[in-house]
Design a protein around this ligand. Structure first.
Ligand code: SF4
Length: 256
């Protein structure tokens, strides 16, 4: 019995003393042509600001890619506002990063929250966690908490900037650098960046990032709809993991 206790204490102490690797340690790996990619990204951001002035805005989910873009907008001194959708369901770590961003960003950061009456009515009718009941209810929740505030954030804007990358999912495999297929131009300056490029930039430039990334959350959304992923799982497997792959977009980047 005592021997068993000792073995279990040894394993616990090994686990506690093991060096914990950060998301930077685990992921940072620049592509061979990273310098070219970075120059192209900077040129795309500069182009967006030059062509659209105050009518372009950066959509910031506070994920790794968007923190890179916020850092670039600030380091380039661009007159581009940043907006964040605070759905009321974000993790504490994400809210903490939001405060950090607001405090450090020269570019203005505007936070959009859902309409309170709409949320109260929706929660009263469907409960606090309707997203697990059906895809329709999950989409209805996204509509109230994300899509309606997004509409306000983009009102009057002729263009927006996103952190979409081709590598993120099959649905994003063809993301262009500049998407002019809809009335509002979408700039995707990180379209051809790899996950390794993103973390190389974060590590090199000491960009603040969500500590959930250190807990194996590659893609971070609302708390009830995001989980950590395991080795070998798809990049977005942690988002709406109970649904099938085809349904996994919240509407923000779905073509109209
Ligand atoms: S991601 Fe989940 S909690 Fe967030 S708005 Fe969509 S369904 Fe609701």
């Amino acid at each position: 019995m005592n021997e068993e206790l000792n073995i279990s204490m040894d394993i616990t102490s090994i686990m506690n003393n093991a060096v914990k690797l950060s998301a930077i340690d685990l992921n940072a790996k620049a592509s061979a042509n990273f310098a070219e990619k970075l120059a192209q990204t900077q040129a795309t951001l500069t182009q967006a600001a030059a062509e659209h002035g105050a009518n372009v805005t950066l959509a910031c989910s506070l994920g790794a890619e968007d923190m890179v873009l916020a850092h670039l907008v600030n380091s380039l001194g661009l007159n581009v506002g940043i907006f964040v959708l605070e759905t009321g369901k974000l993790h504490a770590q994400t809210l903490q990063l939001l405060e950090q961003l607001k405090a450090s960003s020269q570019a203005p950061v505007t936070v959009y929250t859902p309409n309170t009456d709409a949320v109260v009515t929706f929660v009263k009718r469907e409960g606090e966690e309707p997203m697990y009941k059906s895809i329709e209810l999950r989409k209805a929740c996204c509509q109230v908490r994300k899509m309606e505030p997004l509409g306000r954030a983009l009102q009057g804007k002729t263009a927006w900037i996103t952190g979409l990358r081709r590598e993120q999912s099959g649905a994003r495999a063809d993301v262009p650098l500049v998407d002019t297929s809809e009335a509002r131009v979408k700039f995707n300056p990180l379209a051809d960046w790899t996950w390794g490029d993103v973390w190389h930039y974060i590590g090199t430039h000491h960009v603040a990032y969500n500590t959930l990334h250190d807990e194996f959350f590659p893609s971070i959304g609302c708390a009830p709809c995001t989980r950590a992923i395991s080795l070998g799982e798809d990049f977005r497997a942690g988002r709406w993991w109970w649904e099938n792959e085809a349904a996994k977009e919240c509407g923000l980047h779905v073509k109209g």
